[in-house]
Design a protein around this ligand. Structure first.
Ligand code: SF4
Length: 340
């Protein structure tokens, strides 16, 4: 692209006047920026906002977060998914509070828990004006269109790698924080995946895809293979308690979080059970059908349940106190409403 300075200027001015007033942008401290960057990884901004506000109320700074118990941290994160982010944020707070000096380089931030290249560039450019360019899916979309790159990418990480150099060249080194936020804002609100709003775009006069009319077909990605899976779960209620499975502390994604037990946790195939709910959901490129069956285990089975340390009876009144994975909280609520 020619005339980088003019592009930066137009983009920056547009962001100053049109950028959304998000809660973490109004008082951009290091802590608020770190929390927002962790929350917004793999989560839509609209979804993250109420979580951010509750989080800041309960854990207003690194020190208080560092001292919090993991159960409290996970409980507040409940429903946002990808719980490893909450654990990493908690660990990061502990490490930061131990440091004599807060690092300002993106490379040093990448050594902290849960901070990848993108997050390190975002945090350091916004707070310290470190000249590190952010490249995520939004930036990939803008750069591929502005430069009319019709190459087909294997996946997002290949595209991110491809555009690093061009993002770095384009970065406004005088105001890297504003520039990075403006690029991401443009991708999130104007240069949309489908139906980019070119007539409202501040950089349309620089955009080669807009000129060629190719903006709707790029960036191009190889189509992903979709796989399917079936999971059968159980609804076991005795009086006012519900049987749940607490995922082991070394569980990769959802350690210590509660879910409805899967059939294999308790029953051999063939035990009598009645289907009460079927739900479909997608995780990455997997389409999962989950079926929930009501069953009433006999006396012998109840002894087996007691011996399984991951199976816990939780009182219905106590469900709000534990951390359930998001979809499970929703299903349980729905079934309980119908169960009355
Ligand atoms: S002109 Fe259209 S395609 Fe080009 S950057 Fe702007 S919104 Fe995206």
């Amino acid at each position: 692209m020619k005339n980088l300075a003019a592009f930066r200027k137009k983009l920056g001015r547009w962001y100053d006047s049109q950028g959304r007033a998000l809660p973490w942008r109004s008082k951009p401290t290091l802590y608020r920026t770190v929390v927002s960057e962790f929350m917004c990884q793999q989560t839509r901004i609209d979804t993250a906002i109420p979580y951010f506000l509750s989080w800041i109320k309960l854990f207003p700074n690194f020190k208080i977060l560092a001292k919090a118990k993991e159960e409290q941290v996970l409980k507040l994160w409940e429903g946002l998914g990808y719980y490893q982010r909450a654990r990493n944020l908690h660990r990061l707070a502990r490490e930061i509070t131990e440091l004599k000096e807060i690092p300002t380089s993106a490379a040093d931030w990448e050594k902290l828990p849960g901070v990848g290249r993108y997050t390190a560039a975002a945090i350091t450019s916004i707070i310290f004006e470190t000249p590190a360019a952010c490249v995520d899916g939004n930036v990939v979309r803008v750069l591929s269109r502005v430069n009319n790159i019709e190459k087909e990418f294997k996946n997002n990480s290949e595209a991110v790698g491809f555009f690093r150099e061009s993002a770095d060249r384009l970065l406004d080194r005088r105001k890297p924080g504003r520039h990075n936020q403006a690029m991401m804002e443009l991708g999130a609100t104007v240069c949309l995946r489908s139906g980019p709003k070119c007539s409202r775009c501040p950089v349309s006069s620089f955009c080669l895809a807009h000129r060629a009319g190719t903006q709707d077909s790029i960036p191009r990605f190889r189509s992903r293979q979709i796989s399917t899976a079936r999971i059968d779960r159980l609804w076991v209620r005795l009086d006012d308690s519900l049987l749940l499975h607490q995922i082991a502390p070394n569980g990769r994604r959802l350690a210590n979080i509660y879910e409805l037990p899967i059939v294999d946790d308790i029953l051999a195939n063939g035990t009598e059970k009645t289907l009460i709910k079927r739900a479909k959901r997608s995780i990455s490129n997997q389409r999962i059908t989950e079926s929930i069956y009501r069953c009433r285990p006999g006396k012998g089975k109840q002894a087996d349940i007691r011996q399984n340390s991951n199976l816990k009876w939780v009182s219905i009144d106590g469900l709000d106190k534990i951390t359930l994975s998001g979809p499970h909280r929703r299903w349980i609520k729905e079934i309980l409403t119908e169960d009355v």
